[in-house]
Write a protein that binds this ligand. Structure first.
Ligand code: TSJ
Length: 641
């Protein structure tokens, strides 16, 4: 009690509130910056930069710099008007002081779920001040340089004019408080990536980030005149896009604005990035909902109107978003963040705004760019067919394979072992190779499944025909884990699934088909590293009664030289044309014996590549297929995964 009295004597009433406010921040920092780990530490920078970005949004600032100084203090500067320094009538204090000492209500992590401020952000300066061991701010304004200093939220130097200037702007340097944070080390890449995002989201704004901690400073300046249009193409930079122009739409309603940029690539991933007031909203929310609804509606309407979609062939929302890269950015003064991590935008009027913008402007864009519209729509219809086919295949698999009854396909030569972790299944191309594999295997733990005794002409067969017919049923049945959404790794009967096919074009096709199938319908198999490619030898070398094999041209030459030794005897070299040429002993020794074989584990990247090749090879369009084959003709023999 007496302490409080003393404070009352020394400070005015409003000062007590100030200290109590900032003390609250130091008592529960997580409430204000999310956490006191690395994420919270970096958040301090974002809070300060937000203020400078507000100045840019107001139209007064073009360039922001962020510097990590030696010792991990941070300096942020802008070339805006400078924080006001005049005395506020309500408090009788300089506005600059109020900015740093008065805790603003709410905050993204606060209880209210609101951000309340004149600008879009700019509530966090006092929070950063409270959590800084020291903080110094300099304002260039009115021809003067004003300076003020703080320690852990309290003033250590009142606002003072320390020099003259002909510029305007704000410069802040702060040292995060070691008493408050678990870690004090800034990660340059994290800050750079976030600043890049800010630069994309605020077209024309230049942000320079510098790491001045090392011998040589590292620095990057980011400025994108095209804003989120460039963001979308940047996201696609390692992808093959299916239309060159980024589709851009924007609009405003009252204080709120929304913009959307779209570009499709030839992949299957949905790459949707949404932001509210430059803050990522990974859980989506009203802006995403508005976008998705409108996109689906516009694509279907365009397809029906132009006779591309007939009758019941409507494409679903998911179909419309296969291969999409979309940036959605909305700005509003009363953003409500909801959900577990306050990462979901709750303002319903934003849904209406985004929906309106996309409905009107995307339809117009499609009218003006029919070729692009057609490409996108065809991709969605392709996605729709694949989804339909997968559903049919699933139904078929359920019916025909009687997963529940546990019936096994006739062609499967199963192993005796029952523990899936110890079991292997070889998927073998062709009947003769399967014959050798059957006789050569160790039947205790190795199962053999022959497939495509007579190759179906995969090159001509369409996606839905392959999945729709029963060619894959025995495989689904043998593996036992089901398919698609129902796939269950726990029911899998083998933990090594080994594709054994020839090193020729047909073999490559079969691997492509199988990998694509696994990738699309049993992806966990690949993610868990259960799929392998057998590596059969390419050459057999014979000297008298001695034979050896080689898996590559280099090895062939080395082995040949070794076998020949000093004598000048002839070594017979035979190239295996296919697995079918090997007898059971040869196959066991070179390709199946766990002690001697080589297996290549299939990675997700391998599968993604297979999926891409498959799409081109099996797709509807003849031209891309022809092009691909021409482009890859010289490699076709070596397509290998
Ligand atoms: F976080 C912060 F407050 F410390 C901070 C603020 C940090 C940085 C790097 C920049 C800023 C900041 C604030 N830059 N520019 C401004 N602008 C204003 O505060 C400002 C200037 C003029 C007027 C006016 O009406 O004349 C109004 C405002 C809000």
């Amino acid at each position: 009690m007496s302490d409080e009295m003393k404070v009352t004597e020394e400070y005015g009433g409003s000062q007590i509130q100030v200290l109590e406010g900032l003390e609250a921040v130091r008592m529960r920092p997580g409430m204000y910056i999310g956490s006191t780990s690395a994420s919270g530490l970096h958040h301090l920078v974002y809070e300060i930069v937000d203020n400078a970005i507000d100045e840019a949004l107001a139209g007064y600032c073009k360039h922001i710099t962020v510097t990590i100084n030696p010792g991990d203090s941070i300096t942020v500067t802008d070339d805006g008007r400078g924080i006001p320094v005049d005395i506020q009538p309500q408090t009788g204090r300089p506005a600059l002081e109020v900015v740093y000492t008065v805790l603003h209500a709410g905050g993204k992590f606060g209880g209210g779920g609101y951000k309340v401020s004149g600008g879009l952000h700019g509530v966090g300066a006092s929070v950063v001040n409270a959590l800084s061991q020291w903080l110094r701010v300099r304002v260039h304004k009115n021809g003067n340089i004003y300076e003020m200093k703080f320690s852990r939220g309290t003033i250590t130097q009142e606002m003072t004019i320390v020099g003259k200037t002909d510029k305007t702007g704000t410069e802040v340097t702060f040292q995060p408080d070691p008493e408050m944070f678990d870690t004090l080390e800034y990660d340059y890449e994290i800050l750079r990536d976030r600043m890049r995002e800010e630069a994309f989201l605020n077209a024309g704004l230049s942000i320079q980030i510098t790491d001045a901690r090392g011998e040589e400073p590292v620095s990057k300046t980011m400025c994108y005149a095209g804003g989120i249009r460039e963001f979308a193409s940047w996201k696609n930079k390692h992808k093959t896009v299916i239309h060159n122009d980024v589709i851009y739409m924007h609009g405003t309603k009252g204080d709120a604005s929304a913009e959307v940029a779209i570009q499709y690539n030839d992949g299957y991933q949905e790459n949707l990035l949404s932001f509210a007031n430059d803050v990522r909203t990974p859980e989506g929310g009203m802006h995403e909902t508005g976008f998705k609804t409108a996109l689906t509606r516009v694509l279907n309407a365009y397809g029906m109107k132009n006779g591309i979609i007939k009758g019941d062939d409507k494409v679903s929302g998911e179909d419309c978003r296969e291969g999409i890269t979309a940036i959605i950015s909305v700005k509003l003064t009363d953003a409500q963040f909801e959900g577990q991590t306050k990462a979901k935008l709750g303002n319903a009027y934003i849904r209406t705004l985004v929906d309106q913008i996309v409905t009107e402007q995307l339809a117009t864009y499609f009218e003006e760019h029919p070729a692009t519209a057609k490409i996108i729509l065809e991709k969605a219809m392709m996605a729709n067919r694949a989804r339909e086919a997968a559903r049919k295949a699933r139904d078929n698999a359920r019916r025909k394979t009687g997963l529940e009854s546990g019936g096994m396909p006739d062609k499967l030569k199963d192993c005796n072992e029952r523990d899936p972790a110890l079991c292997e299944i070889y998927i073998v191309e062709g009947d003769s190779a399967a014959g050798s594999a059957n006789q050569g295997r160790d039947s205790r733990f190795q199962a053999i499944l022959p497939m495509w005794g007579k190759m179906l002409n995969v090159e001509k067969a369409r996606v839905d025909r392959i999945y729709g017919n029963d060619k894959l049923s025995p495989l689904i049945q043998a593996l036992g884990g089901g398919i698609g959404e129902d796939f269950d790794l726990n029911k899998l009967r083998y933990h090594k699934i080994i594709i054994m096919s020839d090193a020729d074009v047909d073999g490559a096709h079969i691997r492509t088909l199988l990998l694509t199938f696994f990738f699309r319908y049993m992806r966990p198999l690949i993610e868990h590293g259960f799929v392998y490619s057998a590596v059969p030898p390419l050459y057999k070398l014979t000297r008298g009664k001695k034979t050896r094999v080689a898996y590559s041209d280099e090895e062939r030459d080395a082995v040949s030289a070794e076998m020949r030794g000093d004598s000048n005897v002839k070594i017979d070299i035979q190239r295996y044309k296919g697995l079918g040429e090997m007898n059971k002993e040869e196959l066991w020794e070179t390709t199946m014996d766990p002690e001697r074989r080589t297996l290549r584990r299939i990675t997700l990247e391998d599968a993604i590549r297979a999926d891409e090749i498959f799409t081109v090879l099996m797709g509807e369009q003849v031209e891309p297929r022809k092009e691909w084959i021409e482009r890859n003709a010289k490699y076709a023999i070596n397509i290998d995964f």
